[in-house]
Design a binder for this molecule. Structure first.
Ligand SMILES: [Ca+2]
Ligand SMILES: [Ca+2]
Length: 177
């Protein structure tokens, strides 16, 4: 497992842990799900519902895989072990990536504008400069748009334990760990 991959998921853990108590709980996912769907301008109810279900599955997978003592919470060490294990997390993150990238393309033309991408990523909690750097690394077209698969694949790659030097690393740059 690469240090870069650990840094990437450490950042996501800190963003998901909305109340900052050092553990992920069901409430953290409810809160994040509400924030992201509220930022999904132009998306219809089915796309938002798919996002809500994807957040729910993200949490259910963690809980099922990790919470052996059923105390309803997941620590960072437990989290890393699960999300950076493709055999445990691939299907879950795949569904999540499809749902989130779909919110970026409410008009269904397959392209995602920077403004909406930024709003969705701000809702998750990433910083503006990091979001911009990531969008640039995705190679936007002349109209400053990226494709839906570019984002979706980028999300899955973010959780790949052995990848480094990828666009997703721009989200971590300059963030205190
Ligand atoms: Ca928490
Ligand atoms: Ca579009």
């Amino acid at each position: 497992m690469r240090a870069e991959a650990v840094s990437r998921v450490k950042l996501v853990f800190s963003l998901l842990d909305a109340d900052g108590n050092g553990y992920l709980e069901a409430e953290d996912f409810d809160l994040m799900s509400s924030r992201v769907t509220a930022a999904a301008h132009g998306s219809g109810a089915p796309a938002k519902e798919a996002m809500r279900l994807a957040f729910q599955r993200y949490w259910t997978t963690l809980k099922t895989e990790l919470d052996a003592n059923r105390d309803g919470r997941v620590s960072f060490d437990e989290y890393v072990g699960c999300v950076l294990s493709p055999e445990r997390f691939d299907a879950t993150i795949g569904e999540f990536a499809e749902a989130l990238s779909a919110l970026g393309d409410p008009d269904g033309d397959g392209r995602i504008e920077r403004a909406l991408f930024t709003d969705l990523m701000l809702a998750i909690g990433f910083s503006p400069a990091n979001i911009d750097a990531l969008f640039n690394a995705f190679g936007p077209d002349k109209d400053d748009r990226i494709t839906v698969p570019t984002w979706s694949e980028g999300i899955k790659e973010y959780y790949a334990p052995n990848r480094a030097g990828i666009p997703g690393d721009h989200l971590v740059a300059g963030v205190p760990s």
